[in-house]
Design a protein around this ligand. Structure first.
Ligand code: PLP
Length: 459
């Protein structure tokens, strides 16, 4: 162990038992689940790396704060505590809660996006993109080319391409561009960060055209930590100061607090502009709830207010990001092909390089996923040929994505480093006998979002 190795910066007060099943049981369970991880019961999973969303462990302070929740319909004290927490980080004075991130997205898109508009960003999240399209808008991903290269070790693979952004803004102007949206960290290429220099310049380009810059901030603390460790000039700044510097470049944000809020449900919007906030309140009243709760219980707003403070603590982030890097390093040392450098919240295995003998139409990343469940009771998520294949409407031939990845998402404060060692041991063991793994075929698929409910069979 290196001397700067950091163990968990917390000790355990309450335990949640996890159950190890037998290999025979797991073979039966995964078969019954149609070889689809979404159909497994959580109690049949030993280590659950399906997602980092809504799976965080709360602290004793958050649980204590829940007891102080004020459940008043209007003017709840919990709301004002949340508003103060959000405003002190973002500087945006107008704060509106929502029951989760996508609800905030829907409200913002309904107000600002109209037929034929374009919305440039580094890389929009799936539901965000869908809400733009539902309004007749066109989402544009302007990520730098390194952001799409799994072998590039660029420190800020979430940066937006500034030349492309400038061209789009000049070409369409403020009549057709309602706002620019930067997602931090950039989720769709693996939790990769954007640099402060890049964010500042994007903000200036937008401002010059009179266009606002917004942020999608599900993992803003992890992005701030990457700036702290990787970008010149931010070593001496606190994580909170870095977050404040990010938000100062823009005009508003939307958050899914299921990630860096360190809570299990919730979200919010925050804006500089009062009239935008007032329009959002109107939509909140008919869709989410009165503006001082917006779909959240008072106690949940208190837990979130506290979570937003804890997520900016350096000791928390150092361990969190160190844990993801620790898992990645164990795999790299054994030659397992992963996306480098690892992002903030997950390690991604490259399915095509892991199983070069399995063609993409036989879902190599899913084959690794199924084997990891059978061998170790570990649940992971395929983000590749099952999720992203596009069928040609005329020929019926499937077009597969360039990358066939398997995501090992790490929940916040939930697993110990010895759980990571267990996961690494199983991945490495599988990699050593990768020649014995076989592909899968799809036997049922629904018309949309097939990964959630499709069924497979081993070949
Ligand atoms: C999770 C997420 C969302 C959507 O939030 P939900 O709380 O799941 O509705 C939006 N953007 C990003 C970047 C996310 O990670």
């Amino acid at each position: 162990m290196p001397a700067d190795f950091l163990a968990e910066p917390y000790k355990i007060k309450m335990v949640e038992p996890i159950r190890m099943t037998s290999r025979e049981e797991r073979q039966r369970l995964i078969k019954e689940a149609g070889y689809n991880m979404f159909f497994l019961r959580a109690e049949d999973v030993y280590i659950d790396l399906l997602t980092d969303s809504g799976t965080s462990a709360m602290s004793q302070e958050q649980w204590a704060a829940m007891m102080l929740g004020d459940e008043a319909y209007a003017g709840s004290g919990s709301y004002y505590r949340l508003k103060d927490a959000v405003e002190s980080i973002t500087g945006y004075p107008h704060v509106l809660p929502a029951h989760q991130g996508r609800a905030a997205e829907k409200i913002v898109m309904d107000i600002l996006v109209k037929q034929g508009m374009v919305i440039p960003g580094n890389m929009h999240f799936d539901t965000t993109r869908a809400h733009m399209q539902l309004r007749g808008g066109k989402p544009l991903d302007l990520i730098i080319p390194e952001g799409l290269d799994p072998k590039s070790r660029h420190p800020f693979k979430g940066n937006i391409d500034l030349d492309k952004l400038e061209n789009v803004l000049k070409q369409h102007g403020k009549e057709k561009v309602p706002f620019v949206l930067i997602t931090i960290t950039c989720n769709n290429n693996g939790g990769q960060p954007a640099s402060l220099t890049n964010i500042k310049e994007a903000g200036e380009l937008a401002r010059r055209q009179g266009i606002p810059l917004f942020f999608d901030i599900a993992r803003f603390a992890e992005n701030s930590y990457f700036i702290h460790t990787r970008e010149e000039g931010y070593r001496e700044k606190s994580i909170k100061q870095i977050a404040q510097a990010i938000f100062a470049c823009g005009d508003g944000c939307m958050m899914s607090s299921k990630k860096d809020g360190l809570v299990n449900m919730g979200g919010f919007m925050a804006f500089n502009d009062r009239s935008l906030y007032e329009q959002a309140c109107q939509l909140s009243i008919i869709n989410e709830g009165f503006p001082t709760y917006g779909g959240m219980a008072g106690r949940d707003m208190d837990a979130l207010a506290r979570g937003l403070e804890e997520v900016l603590e350096l000791s928390y982030l150092k361990f969190r990001m160190g844990q993801v890097a620790y898992l990645a390093e164990m795999l790299l040392k054994a030659g397992v092909p992963i996306v480098e450098p690892p992002g903030g919240h997950a390690v991604y295995i490259d399915g095509r390089r892991f199983l070069p003998h399995i063609p993409q139409e036989q879902f190599p990343a899913q084959a690794v996923s199924v084997a990891l469940y059978i061998e170790g009771g570990i649940r992971t998520l395929e983000l590749g040929s099952i999720v992203f294949a596009e069928k040609d409407g005329q020929t019926g031939v499937s077009k597969y994505p360039e990358l066939d990845l398997l995501r090992l998402a790490i929940p916040r404060r939930v697993y110990t480093n010895s759980h990571m060692e267990y996961v690494a041991a199983h991945v490495i063991d599988l990699y050593k006998r990768r020649d014995t793994l076989k592909g899968l075929k799809m036997v049922y698929q629904p018309p949309v979002a097939r990964h959630f409910t499709c069924r497979l069979e081993p070949l």
